[in-house]
Design a protein around this ligand. Structure first.
Ligand code: PHE
Length: 352
């Protein structure tokens, strides 16, 4: 009887204690007070040894029930406390929907790269490979294998940055012509373009010490000037619009014979004459010609069997034309105010 009373009191004490609990720490203390090693519930079994097996069984059952009851109460309280903490937190963290959101700054493709990608798309669709070559080039590839021996006056117009006697920053992507021919050990037909950076000692509004070129080289049997003309005509239309006309003028490059300078009809005035084309109606965009027999020979191709054409054009100028960029240096100084103007959504409206 005395035991029963003790248990009932303990139960009541536990119930009133738990009501007073308001935080995790207090709950932890309560847990120790009742269920700890020396806790009040645990203690009930301290004199088990003195009891008969029957009494022991009975007491064990009662204590277990009480223990489970205590655990349930504690767990419920624990959840209560957690919910309260969460609610308090949520209440404090109200979101002010009137605040302006953070702006996501979205990048866009650089105008120069847009041109490169268009050029690549066009030539890949015609079956060309896109190849790469180093910007730090040998004098041999940049000049000698292109029929420009040491001391040749054609070097003057391409003054550049020499690293030592042998190496220089390439002045023209034509160096990749020499590389491609040499590399093609089977001496099979070649159809390649190579877009890339080149360097010259220039610096004004339309000339930068660094600029982009794309080289083209085709070598096969029975390639003629007509193939070159047809290819460049299609290329000019793709880059500057369907109505573009192309004009060939005789010119000189040491690595092509015959050589031509290629003009396109002015896309601004359609050939009538304007400041952009200096009232001529034409704009010079390209150098080209039939691959010189010496160049073929140095590249391991027999000029009696093989013929080919090559062309080289400045990529920056196409970007300047298409986007009406007045100074080539804007393309290289990475001024965000300039680059921001080439938003992606404008791409759909480009003249192509
Ligand atoms: N490499 C020449 C230049 O930079 C262009 C060119 C390339 C001319 C291929 C003819 C053939 O001016």
């Amino acid at each position: 009887m005395e035991k029963d009373e003790k248990i009932t009191n303990l139960k009541q004490e536990l119930e009133s204690d738990i009501k007073k609990i308001s935080n995790q720490q207090e709950l932890q203390h309560l847990k120790v007070k009742y269920l700890g090693k020396k806790g009040l519930i645990t203690e009930l079994t301290s004199n088990m040894k003195e009891l008969t097996p029957e009494e022991r069984k009975q007491l064990g059952q009662i204590v277990n029930e009480l223990k489970n009851y205590a655990i349930t109460l504690i767990e419920t309280k624990q959840q209560e406390i957690e919910t309260r903490i969460l609610n308090e937190k949520l209440e404090k963290e109200t979101i002010d929907i009137s605040l302006p959101s953070k702006k996501n700054i979205r990048g866009s493709r650089h105008p120069f790269n847009r041109i490169v990608e268009d050029v690549e798309d066009f030539f890949v669709s015609m079956g060309y490979d896109v190849v790469d070559g180093p910007e730090l080039e040998t004098d041999e590839n940049c000049f000698q294998r292109l029929n420009v021996p040491l001391g040749h006056p054609a070097r003057d117009s391409q003054d550049t940055f020499y690293i030592d006697e042998e190496y220089l920053l390439r002045t023209q992507t034509s160096s990749v012509q020499a590389r491609t021919m040499k590399k093609n050990s089977e001496k099979t037909p070649i159809r390649m373009i190579c877009p890339g950076k080149v360097y010259r000692r220039d610096d004004d509004a339309t000339h930068s010490h660094q600029f982009g070129q794309v080289e083209g080289l085709v070598i096969d049997k029975n390639i003629s000037l007509a193939d070159l003309k047809g290819t460049l005509e299609l290329f000019a239309k793709k880059m500057l619009g369907e109505n573009t006309k192309v004009r060939f003028r005789p010119s000189f490059f040491p690595f092509t014979e015959p050589s031509v300078e290629v003009d396109v009809s002015c896309f601004k005035c359609s050939g009538k004459g304007c400041p952009l084309c200096k009232q001529t109606g034409w704009i010079e965009v390209l150098g080209a010609g039939m691959v010189h027999p010496n160049v073929l020979r140095m590249g391991g191709y027999d000029p009696e069997v093989w013929t080919g054409f090559a062309f080289g054009t400045g990529l920056d100028r196409f970007a300047m034309f298409r986007y009406a960029i007045p100074d080539i240096r804007y393309l290289y100084t990475n001024d965000i105010r300039f680059l921001e103007q080439f938003d992606r959504k404008d791409e759909e409206n480009e003249i192509k």
